[in-house]
Write a protein that binds this ligand. Structure first.
Ligand code: THU
Length: 135
């Protein structure tokens, strides 16, 4: 499924909820399941910096906690306030690899409405997965 303009409105709402008093870098994620249900994620920071939770992972954790399973997801849209849309960090790419189809679209946007489209596999080629553990 391709990017739809309302994803932008939704992901910006997710971003608005960011708790990022340390970096002031607000990130929003909008995860869409194949059955149409959607989940917001935003970054949640902590005075112990290493405990910061990224928006992408927050949305996936919300979905799995609601009963969704790996492979149930159709797309994820991410937004930041940067000149060029930024892409998910390495840790989030690994979690996307675990829970989403390799060909799932990842839409990266910014405050200007620029959009870069990629996929889970493009973002993490040769990624480690359960297959490597013979699972
Ligand atoms: N952040 C995300 O939410 N997603 C990413 O993929 C990269 C970074 C957050 C973590 C932290 O709260 C802030 O952005 C600055 O790194």
């Amino acid at each position: 499924m391709s990017y739809q303009s309302h994803y932008f409105k939704e992901v910006r709402e997710a971003q608005r909820r960011s708790y990022s008093p340390y970096s002031n870098f607000k990130v929003g994620a909008y995860l869409k399941a194949k059955d149409g249900r959607t989940f917001y994620g935003t970054n949640v920071e902590n005075a112990a910096y290493s405990m910061c939770i990224c928006a992408e992972r927050a949305s996936l954790v919300a979905a799995i906690s609601a009963g969704y399973q790996p492979g149930d997801f159709e797309s994820i849209t991410v937004t930041v306030d940067s000149e060029v849309p930024s892409s998910p960090c390495g840790e989030c790419r690994q979690v996307l690899k675990e829970l989403c189809d390799d060909d799932m679209p990842v839409y990266m946007t910014n405050h200007k409405g620029d959009m870069i489209e990629s996929t889970v596999k493009e973002l993490l080629p040769y990624g480690f997965s359960g297959k490597d553990l013979n699972k």
